[in-house]
Structure formats: C-alpha cells, structure tokens
Design a protein around this ligand. Structure first.
Ligand code: GLU
Length: 483
C-alpha cells in the first residue's frame, strides 16, 4: 500500500501555524513512508474563501519547503462530485431533506436547554410523509440535506497518536447537515464533512493526519465512509498548539500565520524545525535538524497527546543558530528585503562588497533577520547623530587631536584602504599623540558610529570607508567639537 496523505487548508485566512504544523507532520510521514503528500484547498465556503488567502497558503507551504506531490486541488471545482454523492445518499434513503426554519430550530434548541438537555437536532424531519414534504415544497421552504446518524452506534477507531478513541453517535448532535439550504428540490452548497470524505475517498487517502479539534468530525466521517461503502482510512490527531498560559494559540498571542513569522525575521528552515518540535521529539533528542532529517526519524509513536506549548525563546534560539551558520552571500539575500522594507537601498553591484562585509560583521549576533536593520543603521545612512556617550567621549582631552591626526592621514596620498593599514594608522596616531590607544579607539568609534556601543570598530571602519563616509563623519565630529 502506498501511503497517501493530504493537507486540506481552508482559504478563509492566511496560512495558520496550526495548519502549517499539521502540514509538517503529513509531509514527514509521507516522506518517511515513501508516500505521497497531496494539497487540497477546501474552498467550498465561497463567501469566506479568498484567492489572496489561497495565494498566502501556497506560498507559505512552499517557503517552508513542504513540497507537495499532487495538487493543489480545489474543492470549488468539484461540486458535481459532491452533489452526485449527496444524490446517492438521498436515493438510498441514507439522507433526507429537512425543512426546518432557523426560528424553528432555535425554538427546538431552547426547549431542550430549558429541560437541561444538550441542544441537538431531534431528527424531526427524518420520516416526513410524501404529503408533508410536498406541503413544505409548496410553501417554497428551502431544505438542507441531513445525513442520518444512528444514535445507537458507538464509533471507535485506533488513532495513531491517541490510541483507541471512542465516540457515542448520540453525542454527534443528531442527523448531520451535509448540504446547505436550497429551495425547489435543488441540492445546496455541500458542507465540510461530506466534501472531505468524498475527496479523501476519491484521492485514495490512506492516513488522515489533522488537528485534534477534528476528533468529533472523525466520528461523523466514519459513518459517511460506511454509508458510501468505502474503506475507512487511518487517523492521527495531532495536539493543539498552546500559548504560554496553556490556552490554544490565537491571534491575541501576536502572530498566528506563517507570513507573520516570516515578517518577524524567522527563516524557513528554523521555523520548520521548530514546528516539528511542537508535539514531536527526535529519538536521539536532537533539536536541530532539517525536514529531510526529521523525515528519516519520524513516527507517530513520538507524537505527544498533550498540547504543545509555544516557546518563543526556543524558536529564537533555533533561528539564531540557522542565521549564524549562513554564509554572508545567503544572509545578504535574506536580509535585503528587510533592508528595503525599512526604507534602505536599492543597492547596486558596487554596494555588494561593503554589504557582504557588513553581513560578516553582524551575522554572529543576529537572532532574527529584523536585527539586521537594527544593527546596521549606522552603516546605512551617510550621516549619523552622535549620541550622548559619544559626545562625552569626543570632549575628552586629546580626543579631537586624535581625530584630526587620523583625518590628516586619511586625506593624504597613500591613505590606508585595508584592515591592516587602518590598524597601523591607529597605532601611529597613538604614538605620535602620546596618548593611550583606548582614547584613540573610543574617540574614533564615537566619531564614526556615534556611540561607544557597537560591533568591532576596525571592521566597521573598513565598511564605512568602502562607502566613503568615514572622512565626512570624522570631519563632522571635528567641526562640531571645535564649534
Ligand atoms: N479544511 C479543514 C481545516 O482547515 C481540513 C480538516 C481536515 O484535514 O480534514 O481544518
């Protein structure tokens, strides 16, 4: 048997972290088993589904490296198949038209609540006589299609994560709506449980791997598989992702979609790695791995039943590990969109040497790609404001003289252009001025970078020199102090 799994996102929002993590587990299982991973866009809800969300979902999955083998299939293009199936269920007496109005349903539920019962559909239109049905039709009442649920049944399946799961059919809310209301004997818009089962059968899905919020749907869907005479696939319900206080991660926690994480400066391999750890652990307790490496080790035995707590520190740590391992060319590719978004650039070929030197300089201290902007600011604009600590430094005795001596050397023929010569120059000025080297270095830093904090001074200087902004900055510091 070839394993066939699917991810079935609804394009009613951007790619959600929960959906993406479910996609990761599907992908890992498919790759581990040498099976197929199928992408199906569940866009039957024509009002809430939007092409821009489909676009976001597809690009998010692609960005994470969750390549699919078939699809994307769109449920909106498969309505005929769902309608045929619903017609078959109607023909076989396994489903029926129910004509209840929203007010009637509301009154029914209120009545149950008043008697202390859990609200459910009481199957009142299950056995309408042809005359009753004709009367509702004559009234022009729209009808939903309901699939009969035998309350006596107990549903049980072996879940690959949770072991034996058992549901009483009587807890499923009564006969289930499989198509929305429609008048005149037509079949209305098919609903999720029906469409998903029709597709999972049609696409020969062997394993349904999805979030635990779908457990009750699984019980309903098993009844549909049986009604349609199809083999029931295996199920794996993956744990929810929780926030720090143990509640389901939601929009209130700041970010929920993959594009948010992307914009916050997380890189795809780090996020994919982290999502794999949300509910799964490697047999050798390794925490850093590629998706391909995780696929080799993946099994449902090591997927937790308990919810997975989202840990920002861990994600940041993983992200920094990936960023630190990048070579400057790759880091620059990833960083440029962040620089552009912050209003810097565009940069040409001539800028590449200093940009690459800048990536080499700051790379080891990055946690997120957004840090590139914060840590690079003083390299990205020609002039900078000197901060308070810089001003104080430049007022130290001997500071201005040191800057003046450096400037004199930089504006003379044969001025240094590489790191070694810049270092020699600092030593020469230190000696000539008869001051401590620390004074020259700190004053130089204050004049070039505006502050006493920052990355390696000599490397920074070289980057500024490549952009020809070191001399103007030193001149400015000089004129401001002598003014
Ligand atoms: N469209 C459903 C969702 O996004 C799919 C659930 C399933 O995998 O069956 O939750």
């Amino acid at each position: 048997m070839t394993v066939r799994v699917r991810i079935a996102p609804s394009p009613t929002g951007n790619l959600h972290i929960g959906t993406a993590r479910t996609a990761v587990f599907n992908w890992l299982f498919a790759r581990h088993q040498g099976g197929q991973f199928i992408l199906r866009v569940e866009d039957t809800d024509t009002e809430r589904s939007k092409p821009e969300f489909t676009e976001n979902i597809l690009s998010g999955l692609g960005w994470l490296g969750l390549t699919w083998d078939e699809g994307p299939f769109f449920q909106s293009q498969r309505f005929d198949l769902y309608h045929q199936t619903i017609q078959t269920l109607l023909d076989q007496g396994l489903a029926y038209r129910a004509y209840d109005t929203p007010d009637e349903l509301e009154a029914m539920r209120e009545g149950m609540k008043a008697q202390g019962q859990a609200p459910r559909y009481d199957n009142r239109h299950r056995d309408l006589s042809p005359a009753q049905q004709a009367a509702f039709e004559a009234e022009g009442r729209p009808a939903v299609i309901r699939f009969k649920i035998d309350d006596q049944r107990t549903l049980s399946w072996h879940d690959l994560v949770r072991g034996t799961v058992t549901w009483q059919a009587s807890d499923l809310g009564g006969d289930m709506v499989v198509a929305r209301a429609s008048a005149g004997g037509a079949i209305g818009q098919p609903l999720y449980n029906l469409a998903v089962v029709v597709d999972d059968i049609d696409m020969a899905i062997t394993h349904v791997i999805r979030g635990e919020d779908h457990i009750a749907n699984t019980a309903k869907q098993i009844l549909l598989y049986e009604a349609l005479g199809a083999a029931v696939p295996s199920f794996a319900h993956t744990p929810l992702i929780l926030n720090q206080s143990g509640q389901k991660l939601s929009k209130r926690d700041g970010v929920t979609s993959i594009s948010d994480f992307q914009a916050m400066g997380f890189v795809a391999p780090a996020l994919a790695n982290y999502m794999t750890l949300l509910g799964w652990s490697a047999p050798d307790a390794r925490e850093r791995f590629t998706l391909a490496e995780a696929a080799q080790m993946f099994s449902f035995d090591r997927v937790n039943k308990a919810g997975a707590r989202f840990d920002w520190d861990k994600l940041d740590w993983l992200n920094s590990q990936y960023l630190h391992a990048l070579d400057p060319v790759d880091l620059l590719d990833l960083a440029l969109p962040f620089l552009h978004r912050a209003g810097y650039g565009p940069y040409g070929e001539g800028d590449r040497p200093w940009l690459l030197a800048l990536m080499t300089l700051i790379g080891p201290s990055l946690t997120r790609l957004t840090d590139v902007v914060d840590q690079s600011r003083c390299f990205l604009t020609p002039t900078i404001e000197v901060q308070e600590d810089g001003r104080v430094q430049l007022q130290q005795p001997g500071a201005i003289e040191a800057i003046a001596a450096l400037l004199a050397a930089l504006t003379s023929p044969g001025a240094p252009t590489d790191l070694k010569d810049l270092k020699t120059l600092v030593d020469q000025v230190t000696q000539a001025q008869g001051v401590k080297k620390g004074l020259v270095m700190k004053s130089l830093r204050a004049a070039l970078m505006g502050s006493l904090q920052g990355p390696d001074l000599m490397e920074s200087w070289l980057i500024l020199r490549q952009q020809q902004v070191d001399i103007p900055r030193l001149e400015r510091a000089l004129s401001q102090q002598s003014a």
